[in-house]
Design a protein around this ligand. Structure first.
Ligand SMILES: [Fe+2]
Length: 401
């Protein structure tokens, strides 16, 4: 069995000349990259990433301490855990109980935006977390500050790999992006039950050794009934789905990566870094990117304190292609594979959705012309309605015509 060692993640500095080379080196092994160098970037309301992150953690901890009946008001029962609040014990990793809750908030979509034609399958409405007045604003500002970071990251990578500079970044504009705020409650364990498991199957089938689990005494918050969850952890081993994940606040202990020998590599990162992790689609599309298996274990020490973490996920626009499949169809397929309750047949529905992506870009650019500066589409960075010389624009408009 491999021993979990605590490692500092290798770093890539945004805006540095060797960012892309370093990023690719780190993303191949160990799979996660600590990204720094974004201190100059501000939210729309003038906060640094560190400041908005700190404000979000304050909100999240406040939410975590609310009574269960209050938290339950923010559930979206039809949303498959993709929006609003999801209570503890709602999601499972195979047979293994996961001791966690989460809130999911997507970017706000302006009224009449062409992407709302893809509803209800994509761009679902958020469940406002009204009980904490700053919660939604902070989440939106957080998403807004990640946009210039990911643009720079993926543009640099495309240029480094000799591709059109918008190759990876442009399909992420006006696509689904959301933040997922995790609450991992503390708990009581059956004395002496903490152990390491080998041969644990991650979602997708890969094997992992050295996974920390405990037998947890779980109290149902509604009924007060107690039961024992055998072999519980906080999040089971999994690769991420979608295109890419950015994790802030990865300095708390408990997060593990699969190392080169199927073992567990415990890692933390410094406060002012964002941890980047290639999900399924980036691993397919970016040569050298690797979608790492990771999990949040439970030990006798970590179970005593609640853990909070914040991630942001980015998916490509649903009708862009990934490995011969629509990104949206692939997402549904993968969500089902990792255990979400996704009806079969949705993949075919994505194929029938209108407009096609190239037409959608034309429509968004037209819509964006009448928007105030802060609501302009990021697509204007890659395609110009008013500059027909832009090669990519011509390609798009040929297909629109
Ligand atoms: Fe993950």
């Amino acid at each position: 069995m491999a021993t979990a060692e605590k490692a500092q993640l290798p770093e890539a500095v945004l805006f540095d000349q060797d960012f892309a080379a370093k990023f690719l080196e780190n993303n191949t092994r160990p799979g996660f990259t600590a990204i720094s160098g974004f201190d100059s970037i501000r939210t729309r309301d003038g906060r640094t990433v560190e400041e908005v992150k700190a404000d979000m953690y304050t909100d999240l901890k406040t939410f975590g301490q609310l009574e269960q009946r209050v938290k339950d008001q923010f559930r979206d029962p039809t949303g498959s855990g993709q929006r609003g609040y999801t209570p503890n014990q709602q999601e499972q990793s195979g047979e293994r109980p996961e001791h966690r809750e989460h809130i999911m908030i997507a970017q706000d979509v302006p009224k009449g935006h062409p992407i709302t034609k893809y509803r209800p399958m994509f761009y679902r409405a958020n469940v406002p977390i009204t009980v904490i007045p700053t919660f939604d604003t902070n989440a939106q500002e957080f998403l807004s500050v990640l946009r210039p970071i990911r643009r720079r990251m993926f543009e640099d990578l495309a240029i480094h790999l000799g591709k059109w500079w918008g190759e990876f970044a442009a399909p992420l504009e006006d696509a689904e992006e959301f933040t997922r705020l995790h609450i991992y409650p503390s708990g009581d364990i059956v004395p002496g039950s903490a152990r390491k498991l080998d041969h644990v199957r991650a979602i997708g089938g890969e094997r992992v050794d050295g996974v920390d689990v405990v037998d947890l005494i779980y109290t149902n918050p509604h009924t007060g009934e107690k039961r024992i969850l055998k072999g519980a952890m906080r999040a089971g081993p999994h690769p991420d789905v979608g295109f890419y994940t950015l994790l802030v606040g990865a300095e708390e202990p408990g997060l593990y990566l699969k190392d080169t020998e199927e073992g567990a590599l415990a890692f933390t990162t410094a406060r002012d870094k964002i941890v980047g992790n290639a999900a399924d689609d980036a691993a397919v599309l970016i040569p050298g990117a690797n979608s790492a298996i990771h999990w949040v274990g439970l030990t006798e020490q970590t179970v005593q304190r609640p853990r909070y973490s914040i991630a942001a996920f980015i998916h490509r626009r649903p009708k862009t292609e990934v490995a011969g499949e629509f990104a949206g169809a692939r997402l549904y397929r993968r969500l089902r594979e990792i255990g979400y309750d996704i009806p079969s047949g949705l993949e075919a529905e994505v194929g029938k959705m209108q407009p096609e992506d190239s037409q959608l870009i034309g429509q968004i650019l037209t819509f964006s012309r009448n928007q105030p500066k802060e609501l302009k589409s990021g697509l204007e960075r890659y395609y110009h309605l008013t500059n027909p010389k832009t090669q990519s624009y011509e390609k798009i408009m040929e297909r629109v015509a």
